[in-house]
Design a protein around this ligand. Structure first.
Ligand code: FAD
Length: 286
């Protein structure tokens, strides 16, 4: 079995110290030759400039193919279109197109900006009209909190592919069956584009639980048990996290999955160890 493809997701840091850590991580992960890397966009559009600066710097100063996350929140169509044109001109040919989390935070009610793109499918259609972007979108095997059902979730994903999306990346999950059930529903709805599993590398269990509760991801008791008693032992938590991620990826790979998208939390070590457990080694410079 050949080594799978990987992509890495980063977030824009808030302080110079965290920024240094981000670039150290980017440089350490670069020799793994990821398919692409992506940079998130803060809730309510709060990191707009920082996201764009990091994505453009990745495009000009590294060998990586960066994708900028863009959301519909708190911006007009002309503002978003300008960002897309600037990306294209700067050599950024990939985006992750999202509705975005509401300005007041995850879990609050979403209202489209009056002059903006309302939902991800509108944004995708807008981006397609500007340039031939590679467009990733989000999807939710355990169903987005705003969706009525799994069927509604898949219909929404189909709308995004019909609007021109290239691939979908899933919200993080821990059970292979959750992913394969979603894949079956998507195939039955006529979706044949790639649906890449998003693999979480958050080793702070309290933070992980908070995120999972907000987005509706179930944490199996076995996983919670593995972190039990490790609140003050970050080193062991890291080892457990890499083991859990690699185990999930290997179970998915056994059934044919050949691309994994890692939520890196801007830390290289967990991605490097998980990739090594999947047989992916850094390319050695001659
Ligand atoms: P959409 O696909 O637009 O759909 C969300 C819901 O809106 C649907 O379930 C449906 O109920 C409703 N809906 C959709 N289209 C229509 C329509 N045409 N008419 C009526 N109702 C409709 N958030 C950020 O803020 N920044 C990020 O960088 C970011 N990155 C992410 C990366 C990934 C891989 C994932 C999975 C999520 C990410 N998110 C990010 C979170 C995402 O923005 C939220 O989950 C958001 O609530 C939904 O975004 P979406 O693009 O999936 O929404």
């Amino acid at each position: 079995m050949s080594a799978p493809k990987v992509s890495f997701e980063f977030f824009p840091p808030k302080t110079p110290d965290m920024e240094q850590k981000l670039w150290d991580s980017v440089r350490r992960l670069e020799p793994l030759r990821p398919d692409y890397v992506s940079v998130t966009y803060g809730a309510g559009g709060s990191t707009r400039e920082r996201t764009h600066d990091i994505v453009r710097k990745m495009a000009s100063e590294t060998s990586l193919k960066p994708a900028g996350h863009i959301t519909c929140v708190a911006a007009t169509k002309p503002e978003i279109d300008q960002v897309l044109r600037d990306y294209w001109d700067a050599g950024v040919k990939r985006i992750v197109a999202l509705r975005g989390d509401p300005t007041a935070g995850i879990g609050t009610k979403y209202a489209p900006h009056p002059g903006g793109y309302a939902y991800a499918n509108d944004l995708i259609a807008g981006a397609r009209g500007i340039a031939d972007f590679d467009i990733s979108v989000g999807c939710y095997p355990e169903v987005h909190p705003d969706a009525s059902s799994l069927k509604g979730e898949v219909e929404n994903l189909k709308r995004k592919f019909d609007a021109g999306a290239t691939r979908a990346i899933t919200q993080f999950f821990f059970t292979p069956d959750v992913y394969f059930r979603f894949l079956d529903e998507a195939h039955a709805a006529g979706i044949d584009q790639p649906i890449v599993p998003g693999i979480m590398l958050q080793s702070n269990f309290k933070g992980l639980k908070r995120m999972a509760d907000l987005c509706g991801t179930a944490i199996p008791p076995r996983i919670a048990e593995l972190y039990d008693g490790l609140d003050n032992d970050a080193e062991t938590r890291d080892l457990v996290t890499a083991h859990i991620a690699a185990e999930l990826c290997n179970q998915l790979a056994e059934q044919g999955v050949d691309h994994f998208h890692f939520y890196t939390m801007n830390r290289a070590g967990l991605s490097l160890s998980t990739c090594r457990l999947l047989g992916i080694k850094p390319e050695v410079q001659q």
